[in-house]
Design a binder for this molecule. Sequence first.
Ligand code: OXD
Ligand code: MN
Length: 591
Amino acid sequence: MLTSNKNVLNWVEEMTALTKPDKVVWIDGSKEQLDALRDEAVATGEMIRLNEELLPGCLYHRTQPNDVARVEDRTFICTSKKEDAGPTNNWCAPEEMYAKLTPMYDGVMKGRTMYVIPYSMGPIGSPLAKVGVELTDSIYVVLNMEIMTRMGKAAFENLGETSNDFVRGLHSKADVDPEKRYIVHFPEDNTIWSINSAYGGNVLLGKKCFALRIASFQGKNEGWMAEHMLILGIEKPNGEVKYVTAAFPSACGKTNLAMLIPPEGYRNKGYKVWTVGDDIAWLKQGEDGKLYAINPENGFFGVAPGTNAKSNYNALASTKQGTIFTNVAINNDDMTVWWEGLDKNPPENATEWKGAKVNGKTFGEKLAHPNSRFTAPAKNCPCISPEFDNPQGVPISAMIFGGRRAKTAPLVYQAFDWNHGVFVGSIMASETTAAAAGAVGVVRRDPMAMLPFCGYNMGDYWQHWVDMGVKLGENAPKIFNVNWFRTDDEGHFIWPGFGDNMRVLDWIIERCEGNADAVETAIGYEPKAEDINIEGLSDVTVDTVKDLLNVDKDLWKEDVEGIKAFYARFGDRLPEEMAKQLKALEARLDA
Ligand code: OXD
Ligand code: MN
């Protein structure tokens, strides 16, 4: 036992009595203990050791083919009142859910060991950090939590002897039965129960479950924010660093933006980009009135396919040691890993993600699962921010929203003010890419990229944003929207994206500092086309930028109808301010 905190001890005892493990092991975080667990996992075949010279300390794991992704349809928010979970979450009354799951947990760890994992989300000692304890019967979970969180005895330091402010996570892989798989949150009890999965997003309870769903609920009650946002710092030639956060739905290049390498022209001038986080930001007003952000995580749980030295050099470099790979392919010749998009040279002597030995060159199917992952320590990242461990976090100048829109949203625009920015976040959407070239995809609304991650009623969540703006006043970050995915009539992307997104970040920072002009449009402030730096770009002219900034009012009017239908789902939980903003947009489009 690593703590004398009675709240922790009583709960662990109660859950032990329920799940009936043969043995209970407290994870202190020591190298000896973790090495022994690695050895045990390798001995049982749960993990495979990779090439010690090429990938030192790296392990491989494959999950069951039915268990490869987050399961939104089996994810629940159990608040006492249904309205508090809101129309975008699955809901069940807490007593009913406890009654349904308790028999499933009864004796589930017989013949197994229960690991007690204390962890801190955020740097230990940070006023923004919070403690969680996860109970699990999976060594894979322990080893991943070591990378993704500050794990072990030290995590209890933040909790103290008497506090009850820790998140209780109970996980059992049980029989990995998809029919009995549940990822359940009880925000009012600070509790998460996850059963019948062994896939990262469902079982690393510090991440989506705690740091977004439970933390968003805590943030609303305690006056701070938990957001699905990357955090990056832009260092200017004079050495000054400005920090921004950005929220994008899945498959919009969030990890790439977080680890962006500026174009050569910028590098030569002395610009640098520093990664603070690639997925989650916790934000709180500091004593000086500004909004500060920490990354509550300690590693990256990144999608492997598509990651290569060109698309994301820094992410790839992060995976070269101490990393766990899940559901990628193995090159049996040298015990390294491979995935689609790593290079054009699949290994001939490969084991594909389901475990079959195949010739990768002639296999004809994907060697790696499309959602295969690397769990990599943040400290491996070549551009990790020197402020990564700063317990106070970093001051945020701008918040950026974005999505994948073929025609509607321009390359970049700035909200008129904070409340308009909240509106811009609330109408975020992405289009699913249709198979036929040029076809416009289906619009999926994903406000603030929080649709699957908001632990309470999204209407109340928008109101919380509005309230935060009142608190922040003059210190509120400026809010922007970007779209890297505008296409021409043949369906080709117009903007080069990747490192060249720096050119847009540059304008955003200049706007925050009052150094750049803007043009007022119906949807917000846009750059003058000539203010986007296109030096060194061969395919982009000022006219291209003008195209990228074009606002098609008819398309926007169509979008307004979609927003109205979406807003209608929230009934009287839709903040008055959002209804007002929508009316104002309509009026501007009609003007
Ligand atoms: C993730 C996600 O895995 O947002 O980060 O789905
Ligand atoms: Mn994410």
